[in-house]
Design a protein around this ligand. Structure first.
Ligand code: 6R9
Length: 565
């Protein structure tokens, strides 16, 4: 390779196979706890090569786009790496999305999936969803199907059973018939790519508007994922890295797959979100990286649930995806991390490719956020739009097929800067505090309040809250709080409302009857725009709900709001 060329799969696989072929690359924490599967670097390379050869045999060429609709599993990781190995571009679609959402995200003729998924013991008919999506999407010419369970599923002429690939009639007559993936050659010559060639497209979690297919390129993305993985988490050779994210999100791309594998690490693939803490004890996880929503869920069950398990392997705890409220942070630090593991609250986005703001674990806890790139604000005690002043290796290069939208969304609002869409406050000591999405900012009597600032208010009865603005005759806008109580708490609406009002000096308006949960995206972000519509009595205009995790949460809140009227 010359200076501008790279081979991503060589960096993630072959390089390590030369040094330590039997080192464990993946630990697949299956839906059935205690049945984890370990895959070495040599095995992962062989699987990737076989799949790369299979894809080529099915007609996938350099530059083609391949959709991957699979839950986290070794073959899903091999699928991503196999695409990279042959120069194809992957789009992983979260395997919880509906057929419509999947069809919307398909950009080319080949798709890889599994017969069925398993989540919390429940069977999910993934192939059925794919069949529906394919009917709406004639672009798809081949569906490669792997077997996650024993259950046979109906196969059409488009489908190729992966564990037993039979060639299709239109393939060149020289192709041997009846080959299986496991009979494909374990060598697959890696495509040498230019550093700016496309690596993957990934659709944003889509809390507003039409999903954007962000484009990441080869060399810069990989470098940025690897370097942030190493330094932010203080990752050392031999550590076991446990990132809870699904591979369908950017966090899964950068910190389950690319960052850890480029660093030759051992990475845990969680098939389902663990709501039990024992994988830490059983797999001896050293770095644990999760979303505040999962931390708050555990917190609701109390300390005993976590304390039952040995957490002595833990060295660094990470948080990502949403602002972490003070109480969850304290609990994560004191109870989960036994007040000895630094908590790195990492801010970044699909657009940034990797972590941009984070404390360093080797320095005292709650250190100043380091900004990997400069920020406009030069004085402390200031708030504003979070913008990035220079390009960095991991930044998204464009929105697929819509560069104009990319420029308009990120580069034109503040010329000369990359606009993140988030608000931030810099404290008197120079710490950064993320205040939430700027489109969620509430303006009460001329005071601009970030949703995160209000949600951060600590009250013994509150497990989780979401604050939104609503039109108010006098103040212009009032703040409205949805509160989920801790398990077993008994407190009247009025008393809690009064106590909270006191705590926020009248910033918060009453609130609905306590819902049991909040509407969130599948990646765990509270969908405040949905709450806002409900409070504005526009429950019939909730907008795009494809990323919504739990429709019943919305219904419960609509009912609660009606009762209040
Ligand atoms: C990695 C990821 C990006 C948005 C981002 C911001 C919010 C992420 C955060 C955080 C406060 C943190 N966000 N990390 N807010 N503190 N540590 O989540 O990517 O799905 O694209 O979401 O998430 O609002 O703009 P993505």
């Amino acid at each position: 390779c010359n200076d501008s060329q790279s081979s991503l799969s060589v960096n993630c696989l072959d390089r390590h196979v030369h040094i330590a072929p039997n080192k464990v690359a993946l630990i697949w924490e299956k839906d059935e706890p205690g049945k984890e599967v370990r895959v070495t670097y040599r095995e992962l390379l062989e699987l990737t090569c076989r799949l790369g050869n299979t894809l080529k045999r099915q007609g996938v060429k350099r530059g083609d786009r391949v959709t991957i609709y699979m839950p986290p599993c070794p073959l899903a990781v091999a699928s991503m790496l196999a695409c990279a190995r042959i120069g194809a571009v992957h789009t992983v679609v979260f395997a919880g999305f509906s057929s419509e959402a999947l069809a919307d995200r398909i950009r080319d003729g080949k798709l890889i999936t599994v017969n069925q998924g398993l989540r919390g013991g429940k069977v999910i008919e993934l192939k059925q969803t794919v069949d529906q999506a394919v009917r709406a999407c004639p672009l798809v010419k081949r569906v490669l199907v792997s077997m996650r369970t024993e259950q046979k599923v109906p196969m059409s002429e488009l489908d190729v059973p992966l564990e037993e690939v039979r060639c299709h009639v239109e393939l060149p007559p020289t192709s041997p018939q009846g080959r299986e993936m496991m009979k494909e050659d374990v060598c697959c010559e890696p495509a040498v790519m230019e550093s700016e060639d496309l690596l993957f497209l990934l659709y944003t979690s889509g809390s507003t508007g039409k999903p954007k297919g962000l484009v990441h390129s080869q060399a810069g993305y990989l470098l940025y994922a690897a370097i942030t993985h190493k330094y932010v988490f203080d990752y050392h050779d031999g550590d076991v890295f446990g990132c809870m994210a699904d591979i369908g999100w950017i966090t899964g791309h950068s910190y389950v797959v690319y960052g850890p594998l480029c660093n030759g690490g051992t990475t845990v693939l969680f098939e389902s979100t663990p709501v039990y803490p024992n994988p830490v004890e059983r797999l001896r996880i050293n770095q644990f990286y999760g979303a505040p929503t999962a931390i708050r869920l555990l917190l609701r069950y109390g300390d005993e649930w976590v304390k039952r398990y040995d957490r002595s392997s833990l060295k660094t705890l990470g948080s990502v995806g949403e602002p972490i409220n003070r109480e969850a942070w304290e609990w994560y630090f004191n109870v989960v991390g036994e007040a000895r593991c630094p908590v790195v609250d990492t801010w970044w986005q699909t657009e940034t490719g990797g972590i941009c703001i984070s404390p360093r674990p080797s320095t005292p806890v709650m250190t100043k956020g380091i900004i990997f790139q400069g920020n406009v604000i030069t004085e402390n005690n200031a708030s504003g739009a979070l913008c990035i002043s220079q390009a960095w290796p991991g930044m998204a290069r464009t929105i697929y097929n819509d560069h104009k939208r990319f420029l308009e969304t990120y580069l034109m609002p503040y010329p000369g800067f990359f606009f993140t869409g988030d608000g931030a406050y810099r404290t008197s000591q120079g710490y950064y505090q993320l205040t939430g999405r700027l489109d969620d900012v509430i303006n009460v009597s001329g005071h601009r309040l970030g949703t995160a600032e209000l949600e951060d208010i600590v009250h013994g009865a509150v497990a989780e809250s979401a604050v939104i603005g609503f039109p108010h005759e006098i103040k212009g806008e009032g703040a409205y709080a949805f509160i989920v109580l801790k398990k077993g708490t008994d407190i009247s609406q009025e008393r809690l409302s009064n106590e909270l009002k006191e705590l926020v000096s009248k910033k918060i308006h009453g609130g609905s009857p306590f819902p049991t949960r909040l509407p969130k995206t599948r990646s765990g972000k509270i969908m405040r725009r949905v709450l806002k519509k409900i409070v504005e009595d526009k429950a019939d205009e909730l907008g795009d709900l494809t990323t919504l995790d739990d429709h019943e949460a919305v219904e419960e809140i609509i009912e609660g709001h009606k009762r209040l009227l």
